[in-house]
Design a protein around this ligand. Structure first.
Ligand SMILES: Nc1nc2c([nH]c(=O)n2[C@H]2C[C@H](O)[C@@H](COP(=O)(O)OP(=O)(O)OP(=O)(O)O)O2)c(=O)[nH]1
Length: 141
């Protein structure tokens, strides 16, 4: 795509459990470069869709959960010239996260997230969010 082409947004959910001070991560199956690495679940925003609505749709499809979406967290990340990634906070309103497209899900606390980042277990683009996520987990404690 040319540099002047439309930019597509990917929205990822920083799903936080207030009681357990933990964050939901999902393990990617594809593409090969990131298969086996952990991400904040989400997906691409469709034309005419708000990021909030896209996140609720993706999380219902991918994990079978209904979430309430909060505000932005962390910086936006340019994945490619035509793809930008943002993260929104969210909390589960109903359902239990059960992966349909990911190979696994797990809840981690701040220390666990930090350890996974150090071990290179997160998808590379998400590494920039780690300090903001750890701060958020501590703030809500
Ligand atoms: N969902 C999500 N995608 C991420 C994250 N970090 C990151 O680099 N990505 C990349 C991987 C993909 O190239 C793109 C999102 O693709 P996706 O596969 O989740 O979205 P989708 O379901 O709407 O897309 P598709 O498979 O239908 O093409 O963003 C993240 O934390 N969450």
């Amino acid at each position: 795509m040319s540099a002047a082409g439309p930019v597509r947004l990917v929205v990822a959910g920083a799903i936080i459990d207030l009681e357990n001070r933990s964050l939901l991560l999902a393990r990617r199956r594809y593409p090969a470069e990131v298969a086996g690495l952990w991400e904040l679940p989400g997906g691409k925003v469709e034309v005419g869709e708000t990021p909030e609505r896209a996140l609720r749709r993706e999380l219902a499809e991918e994990l079978g959960i209904d979430v309430e979406v909060g505000g932005r967290i962390g910086p936006e990340v340019a994945l490619r010239a035509d793809l930008v990634l943002i993260a929104l906070t969210a909390r589960v309103v109903s359902g239990t996260a059960t992966p349909t497209e990911h190979s696994a899900v797990r809840w981690v606390d701040g220390a666990g997230l930090s350890a996974m980042a150090s071990e290179g277990e997160l998808v590379p683009a998400d590494a920039v969010w780690v300090s903001d996520l750890i701060e958020e987990l501590a703030r809500r404690a």
